[in-house]
Design a protein around this ligand. Structure first.
Ligand SMILES: [Cu+2]
Length: 127
């Protein structure tokens, strides 16, 4: 009889151990869910396109969010720049048919010009 009781105790202990391992495995896998949700909740950066054509920036005024990307594409047959008047950004000359990409990291309203054609003005607002 004692032997049977011992066998039963071992069986119960084994089942308890297996259950503990199974629960620990589930618990270890659990953090994957909340991590994915957190990255999905973050807003995705948007890319905004500005065309430089006929010695003009189009659109003249644009508002973007911090982290967004702004791309200036030069469609004229000569170079242009997109240079903020205050400290912010400077494309340096963008060749014909080339483009320049800027990630808007700084908040504010940036008036900018083409340093090669100072009558070309526009505004980039980063909020
Ligand atoms: Cu220009």
């Amino acid at each position: 009889m004692r032997r049977v009781a011992l066998m039963a105790t071992i069986a119960v202990a084994t089942i308890a151990l297996i259950a503990t391992i199974a629960l620990a495995t589930i618990a270890l896998k659990a953090p994957a869910g909340p991590t994915l949700e957190a990255s999905a909740g973050r807003p995705k950066p948007t890319t905004h396109h500005i065309t430089i054509e006929a010695v003009r920036f189009q659109p003249q005024s644009i508002t973007v969010k911090v982290g967004d990307v702004v791309v200036w594409a030069n469609k004229d047959p000569f170079p242009h720049t997109a240079t903020s008047k205050a400290a912010g950004f400077d494309s340096h000359p963008i060749a014909p048919d080339a483009s320049w990409k800027y990630t808007a990291t700084k908040r504010g309203e940036f008036s900018y010009v083409c340093t090669l054609h100072p009558t070309m003005t526009a505004t980039l607002t980063v909020e």
